[in-house]
Design a protein around this ligand. Structure first.
Ligand SMILES: [Zn+2]
Length: 257
């Protein structure tokens, strides 16, 4: 028994080296670590409460991306991350259950080489702008990233048999086409998809979008005549690096508790 325990202890100790031998690299390990942190930060911020997902493009192979298996984002660990090609097909043959809406990610990476991270979420105040006629528009400087407007993708253009889910490659491609060169696409009666060149950027944009929707809704409810943000007022904080450092620190503190 002692021998078996010793062998197991050695295997566990050398797991990182085994992963390396299977094709992992420091860049991949760092990307996966960042993706795990982003899952937990977005859960803590109320952006991914049980449903929704975030992905990151493979740092060394632009034709692949990493995303969690089907799991609540707050529970995601490095062992839950799977590697998919841009058709959203798993690279490994032994793959657990995947998110039904993974096609959102693969189809956007296909047509947006400038994008390295994608978030899909169902935040309530943002959704409210995908069901009516009032456009979601930037009301404060941190929201300048969507000054050019937000398109709305309507699932009914693809038939209603599958409901509003983006659960086929065709629906994913349609959503990516609606997004075009923008940072955000609203999904009617469903949610929103946000993209960015980095993980901190897409996390910051997702949080800021819901905050903007709340502020705009409050002003609309008062019946105010709103002064929206005007062109060319993009904030120097638009990369969200400072916020990312804070969120990481808060995540570490929560894990230490
Ligand atoms: Zn969804």
């Amino acid at each position: 028994m002692k021998k078996i325990a010793l062998v197991l202890a050695c295997l566990l100790a050398y797991m990182p080296l085994l992963a390396w031998a299977q094709g992992s690299t420091p860049a991949v390990a760092a990307a996966i670590e960042e993706l795990v942190a982003a899952n937990r930060i977005l859960a803590a911020q109320g952006i991914l409460p049980g449903y929704g997902h975030i992905s990151i493009r493979h740092p060394q192979n632009p034709n692949r991306y990493f995303i969690s298996r089907s799991l609540a984002p707050e529970l995601v660990t490095a062992g839950d991350i799977v590697e998919l090609d841009l058709d959203s097909v798993p690279v490994s043959s032994s793959t657990p259950r995947l998110y039904l809406e993974r096609f959102i990610h693969g189809e956007i990476y296909k047509i947006r080489p400038d994008i390295n991270a994608v978030v899909h979420n169902h935040t309530p105040t943002v959704i409210s702008f995908g069901i009516g006629s009032t456009p979601l528009k930037p009301v404060f400087h941190m929201a300048a990233f969507f000054l050019d407007g937000i398109p709305i993708w309507d699932y009914r253009d693809f038939g209603t048999a599958n409901g509003a889910l983006v659960d086929t490659p065709a629906r994913g491609a349609g959503l990516a086409e609606a997004l075009a060169d923008r940072p955000v696409v609203l999904m009617r009666n469903h949610g929103v998809t946000v993209v960015g060149s980095t993980v901190p950027m897409v996390v910051g944009r997702s949080i800021t979008l819901e905050l903007n929707a709340e502020i705009q809704s409050q002003a609309l409810a008062r019946g105010d005549e709103i002064v929206y943000l005007e062109q060319d007022e993009e904030s120097p904080g638009s990369a969200f690096d400072r916020s990312w450092d804070l969120w990481l620190r808060q995540l570490e503190a929560a894990q230490d508790d």
